[in-house]
Design a protein around this ligand. Sequence first.
Ligand SMILES: *Cc1c(COP(=O)(O)O)cnc(C)c1O
Length: 419
Amino acid sequence: MSESAPASNKPVHAPMAQFPVQQGELIVGGQRLSVLAERVGQTPFYAYDRGLLKARVAQLRAALPAAVKLHYAMKANPMPALVGLMAGLVDGIDVASAGELKVALDAGADPAEISFAGPAKRAVELRQSVAAGVLVNVESERELPLLAEASQALGLPARVALRVNPDFELKGSGMKMGGGPKQFGIDAEVLPEVMARIGRMAGDGLAFEGFHLFAGSQNLKAESICEAQQKSYELALRLAADAPAPVRFLNLGGGFGIPYFPGETPLELAPIGANLQALVERAARELPQASLVIELGRYLVGEAGVYVARVLDRKISRGQVYLVTDGGLHHHLSASGNFGQVIRKNYPAMLSQTRGETAREAASVVGPLCTPLDLLADRMELTAAQPGDLAVIYQSGAYGASASPQAFLGHGGCPEILV
Ligand SMILES: *Cc1c(COP(=O)(O)O)cnc(C)c1O
């Protein structure tokens, strides 16, 4: 028995089998990456695969009870063409600004199935929501008189749900968005009072529809997600006793994660499906008018996208290989490790080339910015590269282009294509 762990025990990235590789080239949406780059007319770019987006929704539909509505949280990827595709696949769209609301409405999403959350909704955004007929997830008492005013001015109901800041957290979550003191939602313990106020304001046009709970994001543990959904349901059921109207909408949040880093493995859907089925059955008895909703961002779109940058230079510094590319943190902040990560780790990556190269070498993929933070892959084993080859960052369909400082250093924005 050896004392030290063999090299093969080093954590590795989950296999990125969603995109085929043919003779060294990545295939996206059935097309060779080198040809897609020509079609775009430049590098870098983001490419999203329609077939994979459809397959992901189908996989979720098969794993979750039919009675659970599936919403797309479009802040994960607000590209209008992609939102248009998603609007036709899911049951509703969750928006977080008037800008996103416009994209969702333009995409043809049914306003009855759009909900608007966000901690700092401006008065005009609340008015736009009432005019559009979408559901507002109220995060502060401040929004109530503004919504009532809009309702009276427009002669339309103000549809409201209450975003609950629960008294628990989503365990093992990348980003916690509920529990303890938070800027999101209204603390569960003060909600009975707020609901009484909404009841008194029914004559002012406030139409109560239900609750929105969102405990956190990027979770890869099915049991943590099940626990959060269970607790969210229990909390909503307790709150429903004081609700001014029957609960028709119960958003249990999401938080489904995707594997980004070495050692991470895909989320198991089966236990989540079974747990939701039990909740659907309970809701049929306890909250008979309620639709259960889950809202997902990255799980729906993250794995269907790649970021593609061209190798401009292969540079060796004191024995270490640097692939200097035209893409970097200004387009893909999260792959550089600067979007909320505590310890920088590599996203899965590959080197796409048409030269029939088979040799592998350890290389760092860097960008054009004058900062050492501009690092897309740190000493990763990749196909040996030459200038002209394409460096590909996987798991890039969410929190990429729109979540990056594209103006930083003036290299220009990044096109996105849906293939
Ligand atoms: C960001 C956010 C989401 C989406 O999170 P993902 O990790 O992309 O699934 C869903 N709901 C709310 C309220 C959010 O703020």
